[in-house]
Design a protein around this ligand. Structure first.
Ligand SMILES: C[S@@+](CC[C@H](N)C(=O)[O-])C[C@H]1O[C@@H](n2cnc3c(N)ncnc32)[C@H](O)[C@@H]1O
Length: 273
């Protein structure tokens, strides 16, 4: 096995993520929101797409318990969800089977194992990028899996948001890993922060996309604020209005929402490759 294959295997686990066992499991917190998360992804990517939602082949990376992937399959042509945590992937696969939809599958796979080339029109990473230790390699694989003109939809917490997204501890994300681990243990909310510790700053996110010149990155506000997890309270609406008028506020936004478009190389260049 090569070093890269070993690392891909290491991302797969037999257990639930630690943050899923603390507080509300994603089963309770995300499952009931699947329809709105799905509508948000489709509405926010719509201005960038040439295909109708019904024509899309979608990959949901880190699909958790599979609810959003299955919801997407109620509209889209084909949906594949990949999830490295075995209990979650198994739950998702059972849910997919019981949905009666034959064009959705949930696989026990990590993004590091993604080998597909030009298969998908849309790749979704909803609260997943902050869990990827090899983000550059993952983004390259995702980009390769996209057809020209295809889209990546990313929702990821901002590392600079003061209340950490998974454990709700102030400034946890600011600390170097050993201190963050000690803080987490002291709080009684977990043992090891590493798995959730890769949230980017805006600068880091921009640099990551600069290293992938085939992708055009756009920071966008959610298409429909009422579909956000918090349901669009006044302070969300105010935040989004500020982002629309003064993009500098993205630096301190709670989350980043990115739509990246894979450029279509001219046909003669593609034939030469
Ligand atoms: C916060 S959860 C989000 C789940 C789901 N996307 C949602 O919106 O409810 C992060 C998910 O990313 C998955 N994940 C972590 N590392 C991954 C990797 N290397 N490849 C793919 N998924 C990964 C986790 O197992 C987990 O299910």
């Amino acid at each position: 096995m090569t070093a890269q294959e070993t690392s891909a295997q290491e991302q797969k686990t037999e257990h639930r993520p630690q943050y899923d066992a603390h507080g509300d499991s994603m089963l309770e917190s995300r499952g009931p929101l699947a329809e709105q998360l799905c509508r948000q992804a489709l509405a926010t990517t719509e201005p960038f797409r040439s295909l109708a939602a019904e024509e899309l082949a979608v990959l949901d990376v880190g699909c958790g318990y599979g609810h959003t992937a299955i919801e997407l399959a109620r509209t889209c042509r084909k949906v594949v969800g990949i999830e490295p945590s075995l209990p979650l992937a198994e739950f998702g696969a059972r849910l997919a089977e019981s949905s009666g939809l034959d064009h959705v599958e949930i696989l026990h796979r990590s993004v590091e194992e993604l080998e597909e080339e030009e298969v998908f029109d849309l790749v979704i990473l909803d609260n997943v990028l902050e869990h990827l230790p090899n983000a550059d390699d993952s983004l390259e694989r995702i980009s390769r899996s996209l057809k020209p003109g295809g889209l990546i939809y990313i929702v990821v917490p901002n590392k600079l948001w003061p209340i950490e997204h998974h454990y709700f501890l102030p400034f946890l994300g600011y600390l170097p890993l050993p201190l963050a681990n000690a803080y987490l243990r002291l709080s009684g909310r977990g043992e090891d922060y590493e798995d959730a510790s890769y949230a980017p700053t805006l600068w880091g996110l921009r640099r990551m996309f600069k290293r992938r010149p085939e992708l055009d990155m756009h920071l966008v506000p959610p298409a429909d604020i009422s579909l956000t997890m918090a349901g669009g309270p006044w302070h969300y609406r105010l935040g989004v209005a500020l982002l629309e008028r003064l993009p500098i506020f993205w630096w301190i936004a709670k989350c980043f929402l990115v739509v990246a478009v894979k450029k279509s190389a001219p046909l003669d260049q593609r034939q030469a490759e």
